[in-house]
Write a protein that binds this ligand. Structure first.
Ligand code: SF4
Ligand code: SF4
Length: 338
């Protein structure tokens, strides 16, 4: 299932109980939200490459230590120009582990010089993976980066099952290092947000209740503070799609996503105000479309040829994986959307 075309084919062709011919477009039409068009580019998301120190079970990027695809400095320079042209207020750096890109720190400094807010999607363990990363908390602080990190649960057992043996202990160590420089502490203004995604073929529980539970447990057990918890729905893409198919859960999971379609979430999908750039510089409506190799429906398809007018006129490409963004309370890189 590594090939994106095979994934798209499966998503569109595989039968789903009672919803054989239903497309995501049909649901958008039902609520008068078709075609889906961008409202602007508020968030410019850069995927800096597939290289990562972890190999998580549900990774939609299929990232890992053996992946060598990373963004070059030349593509980053095109991105900086596009950030200025787009007027985006926030630049969201993701990967893989973005910090492993040798030009990561240079890019952060350049974006900070443009006065944009920066989000770094940090997997936590990278901070303790090698002495050259130990100063990342100070570096993030210097550039007032918001740190967003996955922590599937507040116990080692559940976290390690999803993200690999030993990941929980290293994550706790990294969270303490971030707290030590002020991240997640009241009044510091240094935001440390955690991300929860379910460990199997089910929707996340209520974001607010989980946040209360995580805050209580992480404080009690490890004296750790953080700002917000974002709940994410696992989208049927890449490793999670493989898992759904291999475990025989594909049909029931898709049925669950479809029957939980929420019109308010559909009106707030993140692709309406986000643009995603691949490590090679190609433009996508979101990180998931990027992994499925569904580029923007526009002449402005590479960041080198960034054209705001053309991009704002495009229709957003949707397939059945989009039901993951509109189920229940909705899901986006910033958590639930309703
Ligand atoms: S840390 Fe993130 S990018 Fe790396 S394997 Fe895990 S989910 Fe994928
Ligand atoms: S998967 Fe991407 S394109 Fe589809 S609704 Fe979600 S953000 Fe939009």
């Amino acid at each position: 299932m590594a090939k994106s075309k095979a994934q798209v084919h499966h998503l569109e062709a595989a039968p789903i109980n009672g919803f054989k011919h239903l497309t995501f477009k049909d649901k958008l039409k039902e609520i008068g939200a078709f075609p889906l068009r961008p409202s602007g580019i508020d968030v410019f998301q850069i995927n800096m490459g597939k290289m990562c120190n972890q190999v998580c079970k549900h990774c939609h990027v299929d990232a890992g230590p053996d992946r060598k695809e990373i963004m070059t400095r030349e593509v980053m320079e095109f991105c900086l120009k596009a950030i200025k042209d787009s007027g985006a207020k926030v630049v969201d750096l993701t990967g893989g582990a973005p910090e492993m890109n040798p030009n990561f720190r240079w890019l952060v400094q350049e974006i900070a010089a443009l006065g944009r807010d920066i989000i770094v999607r940090c997997n936590l363990t990278i901070i303790v993976a090698n002495p050259k990363y130990y100063d990342l908390p100070e570096f993030f602080k210097k550039h007032r980066c918001e740190v967003v990190s996955s922590l599937p649960y507040f116990t080692a057992h559940k976290t390690d099952a999803q993200r690999g043996t030993g990941v929980f202990d290293k994550s706790i160590q990294a969270l303490k290092m971030l707290n030590a420089v002020g991240y997640g502490m009241p009044e510091s203004g240094l935001k440390l947000n955690l991300v929860y995604n379910p460990s199997g073929a089910f929707l996340p529980a209520d974001q607010q209740s989980l946040q209360i539970q995580f805050k209580k447990k992480l404080k009690e057990l490890y004296d750790i503070d953080f700002n917000e918890l974002f709940t994410l729905t696992n989208l049927p893409v890449s490793r999670f799609l493989d898992y759904l198919i291999n475990s025989g859960n594909y049909e029931s999971y898709m049925e669950k996503l479809i029957t939980s379609f929420n019109p308010s979430a559909a009106r707030n999908v993140m692709c309406k105000n986000t643009l995603s750039v691949s490590w090679e510089g190609y433009l996508y409506d979101c990180d998931f479309n990027q992994m499925l190799d569904l580029p923007v429906a526009s002449d402005s398809v590479h960041v080198r040829d960034f054209n705001l007018g053309k991009l704002l006129n495009r229709e957003i490409i949707t397939k059945k994986h989009c039901f993951g963004c509109t189920a229940g309370a909705g899901s986006s890189c910033g958590g639930s959307t309703t």
